[in-house]
Design a protein around this ligand. Structure first.
Ligand code: AKG
Ligand code: FE2
Length: 392
């Protein structure tokens, strides 16, 4: 494995399954269109832009452990900067041919790559095997928790087979020796602008906000005029077996701005009488429920008013659905298999969903508090890192 001609390191179970699941939750609540067709991504700056900067916190211990590993293995302690951190998922049709990660003039600053697999070949997706052109190991079979670390230059030319089913998810980092490409400096600067504005500087509840009305639209051609395609948030909610209800007039179901307005959740013929701030807020709750369902404890304090859907409410649900998921075939094509196998595994009940709302508030609140405590330290040190907190 430590062939000097092909410097690379493969680590098994480097991430715990809990870490993988938390990052999966963040990606499935926040992902936006990626850099190529059938690719979705969640960058740290996107998390800040959607009013979820606190979601940066769970990345920190992993990022630090990875950087230490890379510096130790390649003998460059204290020399590296993180150039990019992102969650990247590939769905059916995505692949990449032989390449090295620094193979464009604007990518020359990349010295090392770390790819962490957050889900597992054959279980969560098919296709998507990783190959090195030369040297050993020749092929990597992605498994949740494993990590591949390699130099970004031509000594590690690699490719990824086309995904044929499901959604293949990774946490990908690039490291650079060049401080001009330090991701932390840029992130600290936008975080400071964002959080020092007084209304965000209180440890209150962070509600996600859409960064732009059309940024979640997925089109096969990435065309700005959205003739065919679907809204990613709505697609993920529907794929998990839920419906979206908006009390707005049906005539407003022709403008994506509707997704920035309050919405409610429905399932089968029931409507949950709780209003969510916007579609991202609703998606985050649904994903949180699916992540935590097995550990949620229902207390009697949880209110969960549920009503039967009327005919006109059902019609509104269908009208909104046909607008936001315009190209149904494309939704099924892109998320095939995810649909049948990745539905919430647990039997559904609204009381548990109400418990998830309380647990989600608590989770978000804790992360936000940590973020507010950390930022002054990050600003002084010029680096984004975990700092120990009392009781954490
Ligand atoms: O996800 C992987 O296994 C590698 C992806 C890759 O080669 C890249 O993004 O450059
Ligand atoms: Fe690559």
């Amino acid at each position: 494995m430590d062939d000097a001609k092909h410097p690379r390191l493969i680590l098994h179970e480097f991430l715990s399954l809990d870490e993988c699941k938390e990052l999966q939750f963040i990606h499935k609540s926040s992902s936006t269109v990626g850099y190529r067709p059938n690719v979705f991504s969640t960058t740290l700056s996107h998390l800040i832009a959607t009013n979820c900067p606190h979601f940066i916190i769970p990345f920190l211990p992993i990022r630090e452990r990875l950087k230490e590993k890379v510096e130790e293995f390649f003998g460059c302690e204290y020399e590296l900067f993180v150039e990019f951190t992102g969650l990247i998922s590939w769905t059916k049709g995505a692949s990449i041919g032989w390449h090295s990660d620094d193979n464009r003039p604007y990518l020359k600053q990349r010295d090392f790559t770390a790819v962490c697999y957050l889900n597992t070949y054959a279980k969560d997706f098919k296709g998507g095997l990783f190959h090195f052109q030369d040297g050993e190991p020749a092929t990597l079979v992605p498994k949740a928790g494993d990590v591949a670390i390699y130099t970004a230059d031509s000594s590690n030319v690699h490719s990824v087979d086309e995904i044929t089913e499901g959604e293949r998810l990774t946490l990908t980092l690039w490291f650079s020796r060049d401080s001009d490409h330090d991701e932390d400096a840029k992130l600290i600067s936008i975080l400071s602008e964002n959080l020092l504005c007084s209304s965000n500087n209180v440890p209150g509840l962070k509600l996600p906000m859409l960064a732009a009305s059309n940024m979640y639209w997925f089109s096969p051609h990435q065309a700005p005029n959205q003739q065919s395609g679907f809204d990613i948030c709505c697609a993920r909610i529907h794929l998990l077996g839920f419906d979206i209800y908006s009390s707005q007039e049906k005539s407003s179901f022709s403008d994506l701005m509707i997704l920035m307005e309050p919405v409610k959740l429905a399932k089968r013929n029931e409507l949950f009488e709780h209003e969510f701030a916007n579609i991202l807020h609703l998606l985050q709750m649904v994903q949180f429920y699916c992540w935590k369902a097995s550990e949620l404890v229902v207390s009697h304090l949880e209110s969960c008013k549920v009503i039967q859907l009327s005919q006109s409410q059902r019609e509104k649900i269908n009208a909104l659905k046909s607008f936001v998921l315009r190209d149904h075939q494309l939704v099924e094509m892109v998320f095939s298999f995810v649909d049948s196998k990745q539905k919430c595994q647990h039997s559904f009940d609204w009381a548990k969903f109400s418990a998830a709302i309380t647990a989600w508030e608590d989770y978000s609140h804790k992360l936000h508090k940590k973020l507010l405590l950390s930022l002054p330290y990050w600003r002084t040190e010029g680096i984004i890192c975990g700092i120990p907190f009392e009781g954490s």
